[in-house]
Design a protein around this ligand. Structure first.
Ligand SMILES: Nc1ncnc2c1ncn2[C@@H]1O[C@H](COP(=O)(O)OP(=O)(O)OP(=O)(O)O)[C@@H](O)[C@H]1O
Length: 247
């Protein structure tokens, strides 16, 4: 099967600070990939590079076979990106927000209406669809933000800490969404999180960024085997505290 997403030997520095030294990963259709790492490890930096918001100093990014660096406008059409940095427009209602982004992506008017109905239904936005975004709760805002990021039906979905700050019900809704997108719709989903149980439950593969590299990349059972751990949190500490395991 061909890869929907490919990162090859990415390097990124800010000034003299080398954040990502060499990082490669790929995702197939239907795969869910969880990106872990301590605060400041470089998860947001990596996801921003693969979404075309930051340019790597070296390396390649392909989305659906399109070169993100050379043809970023066309590559971004295949990708939906959610990050805490991208705020909703406070003066639009939840529904207007979705309409606005539908138009930005050039979705025909008739299709926008239908797509918005689907997303309102999927994320249970109905109750607050006509409320200004400035008045929404954290969980409601996050649901609108994710709906907005996938309005154009991208084949690759990139979510930076999608469940951070959400209660257990809202977080569950988002994990169900991720599962559905990959396993029913056949999209590739990569997300960063600090919630290890979410990763254990949801991800086909896990990547742990440490000191600019992927200290581990593989399935849950592979990481447990390689670190001789019973749980992901034990494996995580083993990899991040002493790099006894090499891939
Ligand atoms: N624009 C920038 N200029 C300078 N340094 C930056 C910039 N963006 C990120 N960094 C640095 O790069 C490192 C990685 O940051 P990044 O936000 O990618 O980490 P993260 O793994 O997402 O962390 P967290 O779990 O805290 O969200 C940090 O040391 C951060 O200070």
């Amino acid at each position: 099967m061909s890869n929907l997403l490919e990162l090859n030997h990415i390097h990124k520095s800010f000034g003299t600070k080398e954040i990502i030294k060499s990082l490669s990963l790929s995702l197939e259709a239907g795969e869910i990939y969880g990106l872990l790492g301590v605060n400041g490890a470089g998860k947001t930096t990596t996801l921003s590079m693969l979404a075309g918001l930051l340019k790597p100093n070296e390396g390649e990014v392909f989305v659906n076979g399109v070169d993100m660096i050379a043809e970023s406008i066309s590559a971004r059409k295949h990708l939906g990106f959610l990050t805490g940095e991208m705020k909703l427009y406070d003066r639009l209602t939840a529904k207007e927000q979705l309409e606005f982004f539908g138009k930005l992506y050039g979705i025909p008017k008739k299709e926008i209406a239908q797509r918005i109905e689907e997303l309102i239904d999927l994320f249970q936005i109905e109750e607050f669809k006509d409320q200004l975004c400035s008045t929404l709760s954290t969980g409601q805002k996050q649901r609108v933000a994710i709906a907005r990021s996938v309005i154009h039906k991208p084949s690759v979905i990139v979510l930076d800490e999608p469940t951070t700050g959400l209660d257990i019900m809202s977080a569950e809704q988002i994990t169900k969404f991720i599962h559905h997108q990959a396993k029913v719709e056949g999209r590739a989903v990569i997300f960063s999180t600090h919630n290890l149980s979410e990763v254990e439950r949801l991800c086909d593969r896990i990547g742990i960024i440490h000191e600019g590299h992927l200290a581990f990349q593989g399935t849950l059972s592979e990481i447990l085997d390689q670190t001789e751990s019973k749980h992901l949190h034990e494996a995580f500490f083993t990899l991040v505290n002493n790099e006894a395991v090499t891939i």
